[in-house]
Each structure stands twice: as C-alpha cells, then as structure tokens.
Design a protein around this ligand. Structure first.
Ligand SMILES: [Zn+2]
Length: 407
C-alpha cells in the first residue's frame, strides 16, 4: 500500500501549471503528463477509466453492496496556479515541527514564519512538507489527487470494505477558471460529490458567492479644449461620477465574511469613451440582485443627466451560490460534517469568498461541497502541507463512503 505522502511526492514532480487567456484546452499540454500517469495507476489498480481529449480522467468503481445508494464522485484538479512556477519542485519534510521559523531558501532568504503565517502554530508536533522557496508546492491540488488515489487503492485492496458506486474525476485548468468547461455530466453519471481542494483538514465549504460581471461604457463628447465651455462631456469624469453612485461601503476593502461587494477591476478611457469593468459578488441571492439593481439605477441616472446612450451597461451572471441547491440535499453536507467529527476533527464551516468548481458542478446537477486536504498558503513558495492532516483527510473520506452505504 502506497502512502499518501509517497503519491504526493510522485505527483509534484510533474509540472502541470495552467495558463490564462489561451484558446487551447487544456490550456497547457503538460497537464496530460500527470493525467496519463494517473490513468496508468488506475489501470494497474484494475479501475475502469477513461481519459478524454479535454483532459478529464474519469474512473469508476462498482458498488459491492446489494442496496441502491447515491453514486459518489470524488474530485480533484491536476493543474497548479499560473501565479508561481511548479517546475522542478523540491519538496522536503520537516519532521516534528517545533514552531520555529523554517528557512526554505537560505540563498534567497525565503523563510516560512509563524509570525506571518499563524496557521503554523496549529501544526506544531506535526510533520510538514515544504518547498525549497523557489516554486509552489502543488498541494493545491495534488494533495487532493493523492488522497483520492490512496482511497482508490484502499478500496481495491480491501474487498470487505463496503461502498456504493464511486466515481473518480480528475480535471485540468481549475486554476484558470475552466475546470468544468467541457465536462460531460452524462459520462460522469454521479449523484453527489466532493471536491478535495480545500485548506486545513476539517474544512467544509458549501457556500460561495453569487457572481456577475458588469461592463460600463461611458460615451463623452470631444470638443477642442479651448472652446469646450458648456460643450465638452469628458467620459472619464462621468465614469468617476458613475462609480460614486455605487455604495462606497460595498467596495471589497470594506467587506468580509458574508458581506458582498462591487469591485472595480479596471477603468480605461479618454474624452470620447471610458470603460469600467466590475465584478459583483454576494452570498445572498436577493442582495446580489439588489447590487445589480444599483448598477442599473446608476446608469439610468447618468443617462438622464448626459443623454440617452451616454452610459451603456452590460451585466452578465457568472456563477451562483451552491448552497441554494445544496440546502435541498442536506445529507451531502451532513455526512461530511459527521465524518469530520467522528475523526475527532473540529468542522470548519466558512463561506468561500470566491467560487469553486464544486459550485459550477452543483449547478450542472452534481451537489458538490469542498473539503480540506491539509494544505496551506496556496499559489506560492510558502505553500506547505501537514502529513498528519493528509492522512486524516483520507480517513474522513473513508467514513463518508461508509455513511453513503447507509443512505
Ligand atoms: Zn485548487
């Protein structure tokens, strides 16, 4: 039986960094190196599987009980963030961590400090996996991949362990927001699932933002500045006016927890034309709709003042809070929370101030919260993972599988 850690070390050797703004899918062909490796591992374990042209690897384990129970999907992504290199990762283990600073890279003075990353204080006495300070670690989400593969091997080696039908899904391009773009839900054919793509073990996330994007185009009137009096309409000034019509307390720098925000991402323009790009976020659907209403009101006011068509507003919904659907599938959250508690871990339930592939899958018909894997500080050289927590995460999912047989 291969340990989670061994698998994890094998997987981080593959550079699977994804890339934004490219037409290819998956965004980088090198993601197939790991996907093919995983396919081979599934083959060797005797698991039916299929890797498609888009980079979705789906494995399927038949039920070994007589009862009909919901089909469970376990999901992780193989790509790593474009924010930091994932090439030549040199992972190493700090045994029995004593709470002091960890020098990741002497030459470049990269130090993992509990004063900067207080989560380290909860890892005292544990064995930690860290980087050499020049790359990310890849715990996001190769830890999820390693944990799932460990469970698959356990199921294969322990025929007396009871389980319903289990579907394994490894996806590409999660980090560039396209992890579910070409997923074939019919082929996936599962009833509920979990993404193993969280932070500390015990974390369960089933609430995320409702999300929309807004593009505001302001048309001004250009006149020679020498003779502009009462004639020129400067679209940049009107754009500022538009922005000030939105509530200031709803800017990201003033919000936390369940508070939604409107975030001005870019503003670009000159006298004739200015464009503002916003994202709109709120966990609560009604408040989310209200925020969109505020954009509509602001654009109407601008048009009233400067003439029709001086402000063109386009709003596009991006994704929705998965809890709106999950609240009708209470068992999905409940069996996870109970499994966490039975492993003597305190469940950590916090709203995600972002989106997840689980949210998109939930809206595609697969209720899918996200579970912690035992990794920290994702997307950079300070990323680390706890070996005790990764083993716990495996035990928690084993319990979830057992509870599924009782549904
Ligand atoms: Zn991730």
């Amino acid at each position: 039986m291969m340990k989670v850690l061994e698998r994890f070390f094998n997987y981080v050797k593959f550079d699977t960094q994804s890339k934004s703004d490219v037409d290819d899918y998956p965004s980088t062909a090198k993601q197939f190196d790991l996907l093919n490796f995983l396919k081979k591992e599934l083959d060797e374990l005797g698991i039916k599987n299929e890797l498609d042209e888009y980079g979705y690897l789906i494995g399927r384990i038949d039920s070994n009980i007589d009862k009909d129970v919901p089909k469970l999907a376990l999901i992780a992504h193989v790509d790593t963030s474009p924010d930091a290199s994932g090439k030549d990762v040199k992972a190493r283990v700090i045994e029995n961590y004593d709470g002091s600073n960890i020098i990741l890279n002497e030459e470049h003075n990269v130090i993992l400090k509990p004063s900067v990353f207080p989560s380290l204080k909860n890892n005292i006495g544990q064995d930690l996996v860290v980087t050499d300070g020049t790359t990310l670690l890849g715990a996001d989400d190769k830890l999820g991949v390693a944990e799932i593969m460990t469970i698959v091997e356990y199921i294969t080696n322990n025929p007396e362990y009871k389980h319903g039908e289990i579907v394994i899904l490894f996806t590409p391009d999660e980090e560039v927001g396209n992890g579910t773009k070409f997923i074939d839900m019919k082929k996936l054919n599962a009833d509920f699932g979990y993404t193993l793509d969280g932070g500390t073990v015990g974390e369960i996330a089933y609430e995320n933002f409702n999300a929309a994007g807004a593009r505001v185009t302001i048309h001004g009137k250009s006149v020679h500045p020498g003779s502009a009096k009462d004639k020129m309409i400067h679209s940049v000034n009107v754009a500022y006016e538009f922005d000030h019509l939105l509530p200031e307390e709803k800017r990201p720098q003033h919000t936390e927890n369940y508070e939604g925000f409107n975030h001005l991402i870019t503003i670009n323009g000159s006298v004739e034309k200015t464009q503002l790009i916003y994202i709109i976020r709120n966990h609560d659907r009604d408040l989310f709709e209200e925020q969109k209403e505020e954009f509509i009101n602001a654009s109407e006011l601008i048009n009233k003042k400067y003439g029709d068509q001086s402000c063109i507003l386009e709003i596009q919904d991006q994704y929705f809070n998965m809890n709106e659907i999950l609240k009708d599938y209470k068992y999905v959250v409940d069996i996870a929370i109970n499994s966490i508690k039975e492993e003597d871990v305190e469940p950590i339930i916090e709203p995600i101030r972002g989106g997840t592939d689980g949210a998109r899958l939930t809206y595609l018909g697969l209720p899918c919260p996200n579970l912690g894997t035992g990794g920290y500080n994702y997307h950079g050289p300070y990323e680390y993972a706890s070996i005790q927590e990764m083993n716990k995460a495996v035990e928690i999912v084993k319990r979830i599988i057992t509870k599924t047989t009782e549904l």
